[in-house]
Design a protein around this ligand. Structure first.
Ligand SMILES: Cc1cc2nc3c(=O)[nH]c(=O)nc-3n(C[C@H](O)[C@H](O)[C@H](O)COP(=O)(O)OP(=O)(O)OC[C@H]3O[C@@H](n4cnc5c(N)ncnc54)[C@H](O)[C@@H]3O)c2cc1C
Length: 429
């Protein structure tokens, strides 16, 4: 589909547009939120859904989808309106991203990496402390990134995993930035770097090393390293179980010079964000909220004999099917309600209760998406897992959610238990 055809799909009525994941009246969405979610849903249903099987089969990046996201203005969803973007806040972005996740998990997940470069440097950074001069400099710098995204369709990624303890927040990043006149020299390695070889800028988290040579999490820098910079390379293959279109290969940085204006956040601000704005790590969940809805929707259509490409055989009359659908619906409603509450509470300095709820929401969405997909396959039966249909891809893609650091399902359990039982600084000694 051409960009022109895509725009037509988004602007005009899409035949049989799916119902919203979050009903605007029931969830009290603003008109703007409802309109943006509808735009994403139309693009997802009419354009991304039909392409998803190919990216999955070939483990190739959804480049065409990114052109369409640019044409629809969605690359700049969280860029402030004053700077030409759509000005979406955290909650709005999350709702829109979940709609895209229903149709192509890999597109939604990689788009999240891109959007975070604008969300974290934009509305989130606006909530953090900076002296006036630092803030003015930050605003000047982020405007450079925003213009590239809006004018040129530049795509940003977010590689922070390294295979050590840093991505879980337990140690300083081993990728290092050494200050030099005009910028930094970056050296290091990032694994599972979604969009590797396809982003224009890699939003690398690394540790600035001063004269004492010591590495501290407080000195984390968030730098947009140009993909074409000398010393940047992409290595290794990519043939995973799910989320195959993310192309999350390994990135190497060997003596890469990065100029000062590449800083997506000023010194010390990433550390401040990670400690004061914890919902920043919940942004991987909208994709999986969408996948959960997709697995449920597929099952209802399939049992009603309405999935295109399958014989119009109804299976809904069997009590076992009805009970399974009821179980799936309950899990879906539980995940949606908790998740919607958590994305609504995202802010600087959330209360302990809000942070515990955010972990619980992440855990619930990541585990429930795969659980619903599992039940969907068991309930629909063998024909439903054929590759001609989307369910088996949803099943594989949804398996990946619990593995995403820093808030893996395991780490969410770990944190909820510890933080519920201990106040900061408390010990048993
Ligand atoms: C499809 C996909 C796309 C991805 N895209 C990106 C990306 O764009 N950018 C990016 O930075 N990363 C990305 N990741 C990586 C992801 O966030 C994890 O870093 C990766 O899955 C870690 O794998 P690992 O086996 O090396 O984890 P390990 O570090 O070996 O951890 C294994 C498990 O142990 C647990 N664990 C880890 N640390 C601790 C600890 N301190 N205490 C207790 N338990 C712990 C966690 O539950 C974790 O799941 C992606 C992953 C997938 C699957």
């Amino acid at each position: 589909m051409t960009a022109r055809a895509t725009l037509a799909a988004v602007q005009g009525p899409v035949e049989d547009l799916d119902a919203p994941l979050f009903d605007p009246v029931a969830f009290r969405l603003t008109e703007e939120q409802a309109a943006l979610a509808a735009k994403a849903r139309a693009l997802g249903q009419a354009v991304f859904g039909p392409r998803a099987a190919r990216y999955d089969r070939d483990a190739t990046f959804p480049t065409e989808n990114y052109r369409d996201l640019h044409a629809a203005g969605l690359l700049g969803i969280c860029i402030p309106k004053a700077q030409g973007g759509l000005g979406a806040d955290y909650q709005t972005y999350s709702i829109v991203a979940a709609e895209i996740g229903r149709y192509c998990g890999a597109t939604a997940l990689t788009w999240n990496m891109h959007v975070c470069s604008t969300l974290w440097s934009g509305p989130l950074a606006d909530d953090l402390d900076m002296d006036p001069a630092t803030r003015a400099e930050h605003e000047r710098r982020r405007a450079v990134h925003y213009r590239r995204i809006l004018d040129e369709g530049a795509v940003y990624s977010q590689p922070f995993s390294e295979g050590g303890a840093a991505a879980a927040g337990a140690a300083a990043f081993e990728t290092q930035a050494r200050p030099v006149p005009g910028g930094w020299i970056v050296n290091g390695k990032k694994i599972f770097a979604s969009l590797a070889g396809h982003a224009d800028y890699y939003g690398v988290l690394c540790t600035e090393i001063g004269d004492d040579g010591k590495a501290s999490r407080r000195n984390t820098l968030y730098l947009a390293v140009p993909a074409k910079a000398e010393g940047v390379s992409v290595v290794g293959d990519w043939d995973p179980l799910g989320m195959r279109g993310t192309v999350s290969r390994t990135l190497l940085f060997k003596d890469v010079f990065v100029e000062e204006d590449a800083a997506l956040m000023p010194r010390g601000v990433y550390y401040q964000a990670a400690t004061r704005w914890p919902h920043m790590f919940l942004t991987l969940s909208p994709t999986y909220m969408g996948l959960a809805q997709a697995a449920y929707d597929f099952t209802v259509k399939y049992l009603r004999g309405e999935v295109p490409g399958t014989p119009p055989v109804k299976r809904r009359m069997y009590p076992t099917k009805q009970i399974a659908v009821a179980e799936m619906r309950i899990k879906l409603e539980q995940a949606k309600a908790l998740w919607f509450q958590a994305i609504t509470e995202a802010r600087a300095n959330p209360s302990k209760e809000q942070v515990l709820r955010a972990y619980a929401a992440q855990y619930t969405v990541m585990e429930t998406a795969n659980d619903i997909a599992r039940l969907a396959i068991r309930t629909c039966g063998g024909q439903s897992m054929l590759k001609a249909l989307p369910l088996e891809r949803i099943y594989r893609d949804s398996r990946c959610g619990s593995l995403m650091l820093p808030w893996t399902a395991e780490l969410c359990l770990d944190r909820i238990g510890r933080e519920a039982l201990y106040e900061p600084g408390e010990t048993d000694g």
